[in-house]
Design a protein around this ligand. Sequence first.
Ligand code: DP6
Length: 416
Amino acid sequence: MDAVFEATVTAPVNIAVIKYWGKRDAALILPTNSSLSVTLSQDHLRTRTSIRASPAFVTDRLWLNGEEEAVSASKRLVNAITTARSLRAELERRQRQQQQGNVVPLSEWPLHICSENNFPTAAGLASSASGYAALVSALGALFELPQSASELSRVARVGSGSACRSMFGGFVAWQAGAADDGSDSLAVQVAGHQHWPELQALILVVSDQKKKISSTTGMQTTVETSELFAERVRTVVPKRMAAMQRAIADRDFASFAKITMQDSNQFHAVCLDTYPPIAYMNDASRSIADLVHAFNTALGRPAAAYTYDAGPNAVIYALEGDMRDLVELVTYCFPRPEDTTPEAFYPDPFGLLASPACAGQEVAAPKLAELAQSVGRFPAGTVRRIIHTTVGDGPRVLPSSQSLLNPDGLPRRVGE
Ligand code: DP6
């Protein structure tokens, strides 16, 4: 049997606590400011990607969540693949120079790429970060590239800026860099995923009918029109990057929470200062932010921190010991939509709602019962789904048994 040249990987989602918003070079995807994110566990949110190279393939092909898409339709995809191929070509040249026998010309063979998210696109969660990180990690594994994860993060970056941060687990900084060619604009790990094991995240997926302005378009308009934005880039972000790295190093949740919420708020303020203004948060998003502040006031300390990206969904960070209270409060105030089962609404991966009395029916903690009563219950379905997860590791290479491609190099069908 001929050798098969294939790699399968999974890559995680990341949620920024210091936001990336604005490019100084749109083609190379070079940001105006550094940013910092937390990588979420691949047990709950991940992209899996298989890539095979073969001289028998006619052309590069891509299947995304079961649908074939034209590779040439996405300039960013073409850029990422071309960059990875040129790294492989360089490696093959070196191998030939060193007269190593049997250099496999993978850089010249067409690719079949099959990629799937384990979370519905309809959940409104950004998939480009985990998607491009999976693509680049799979190409790195397939091509046996010697480059480090930081070096490969530059390749993920040309696919989608935030993707460079999904090349690592734990806590990750994307250093904006200063070079015109983008060589110093890359991701570095600030702390590993086991550094702060108590830190968890609760994602509240919010209903939204509005067509949203993409991050790519929105941030360019901000750069061109917002005066507040210039101040953010010049003075606020550098200060916060340093303070956030200290908070993470010290596992100081109070500081982590305050900076996270302030940076999310400033990002959305800058969006409103964009002309015409951009509003990503909706009434439900704002109610969740109010609830988090009320939760912190009721407990007498910062116990939860919200952050919002270019959409209305909330991500709430909290320590494990406070999650039960938070989940009880949230499931009480935001009842499950009638067309969803309790397991689909909140799968309860950590067994917090074991008692049926607590499953969205009441808030047991005495300190929070009064708060729950005064906030009351929003209409069922205001929050459509709750994902509870932890901090997680970086991209993983899987065995060939986990491939999404069948022996012919086409997407596996169910049961195949
Ligand atoms: C609000 O990485 O999606 O999520 O580089 O144009 O692909 P492009 O944008 P993208 O922007 C993400 C912006 C954000 C904040 C963040 O993740 O830091």
